[in-house]
Ligand binder design. Sequence first.
Ligand code: RB5
Length: 150
Amino acid sequence: MKVYAIGSDHAGYEMRLQIKAYLESRGFSVEDFGTFDREKSNYPEIADVVANKVAAGGYDGGILICGTGIGMSLAANKVKGIRAACVSEPYSAMMSREHNNANIICFGARVVGIETAKMIVDAFTDHEFLGGRHALRVDMISKIEKEGHL
Ligand code: RB5
C-alpha cells in the first residue's frame, strides 16, 4: 500500500481534510502532519515537517497545500533530497513525476477547486518516474543541491 505524508497551513486546512479523505477512499495510507485547526499558521513549519519526513524515506510522496502552493514548495525545496513541484493542473502533476521525479506535490487551495485538486493528486500518485534521459537531468539538480553548481 502506498503511504503519503500530507500537510497544510490554515489556508489549505479544509482542502487538506478533503484530499486526505479522498486518498484514503482510493486505498492509500495517509499520515497527516497538520495544521490541526483553522488558526493562522506558518507554512514553513508544516513544509519542514513533511519534507523532512519524505526525505528520510518511508513515504511514497508528500502533499502540501497552502493558499497558492508557492510558499510550501519554496520551503520544502530547501530540504535536501526534496523535489517539490507547485502545480495548478494535472498535466504538470503527471510530468512532475515522469520527468522530474517530484517527491512532493504542492498546490493552492485559493487557486484550484477540489475537483482539480483531486485530479492533481491522482496524477501524482498514479505516475512513476520514467528515468532514462530524465535521470541525467534530475541527477544534475542533485549536484546543484550538493555542490551549489554543476
Ligand atoms: C497565507 O495567507 C498564505 O500566504 C499562504 O497560505 C501561502 O499562500 C503562501 O505561499
